[in-house]
Write a protein that binds this ligand. Structure first.
Ligand code: GAR
Length: 196
């Protein structure tokens, strides 16, 4: 049984999809969510974790005078819970080299577009969907990838395409992409577990 640590900043619907996959879906018997860490106090994902009796923590980045000190705190919590894989699920911050080093080749992220397009600094959440629509793309999608020190540039684990419809608003496109994220993230985790 592998232990997953999930880092969040918001609603945590991808966290929920991972929890559900572990409890009763494709990850059942293979993995469990061992700990959840948020960098925002009001992240609804913290409540989702508590409902499933999963230890959940908010650490305030403002309480630490360096990003590396903040990451050491997170890293310590992940290690305490014997985390094998770290999943970023709507975690809106660059991962510090200290965390990358402590969890080498163990951190993955989900991005709401077909990387390498529409990735990089500033490309997160609704900014991504706005940019996709503004560029007149006919398709967007989901990418799950390994995390390195540059935003959204690590090796791709899995991608799924989603159509962009005429007159889509960023909100409509975001909802269509998010529904596919909820299937794709557990699939990507299963894929890396199978690879050992
Ligand atoms: C998801 O669409 C995720 O792909 C995106 O934030 C949303 C979080 O939703 N992540 C990024 O844009 C990271 N660059 P959730 O909190 O409901 O899982």
């Amino acid at each position: 049984m592998k232990n997953i640590g999930v880092l969040i900043s918001g609603g945590g619907s991808n966290l929920q999809a991972i929890i559900d996959a572990c409890e009763s879906g494709i990850l059942k018997g293979l993995a469990r969510v061992a700990v959840v860490v948020s960098n925002r106090a009001d992240a609804y994902g913290l409540e989702r974790a508590e409902k499933h009796k999963i230890p959940a923590f908010f650490f305030n980045p403002r309480d630490f005078n360096a990003n590396s000190a903040y990451c050491s705190m997170i890293s310590g919590e992940l290690r305490k819970h014997k985390v094998d894989i770290v999943c970023l699920a709507g975690y809106m911050s660059l991962i510090d080299p200290c965390l990358l080093n402590d969890f080498k080749n163990k951190i993955i992220n989900i991005h709401p577009a077909l990387l390498p397009k529409y990735g990089g600094k500033g490309m997160y959440g609704h900014h991504v969907h706005k940019a996709v629509i503004a560029a007149g793309e006919s398709e967007s999608g989901v990418t799950v990838h390994w995390v390195n020190e540059v935003y959204d540039s690590g090796e791709i684990i899995l991608q799924r395409k989603v159509p962009v419809l005429i007159n889509d608003t960023p909100e409509e496109l975001a909802a269509r992409v998010l529904a596919v994220e909820h299937i794709a993230y557990p699939e990507a985790i299963l894929k890396i577990l199978k690879q050992g």
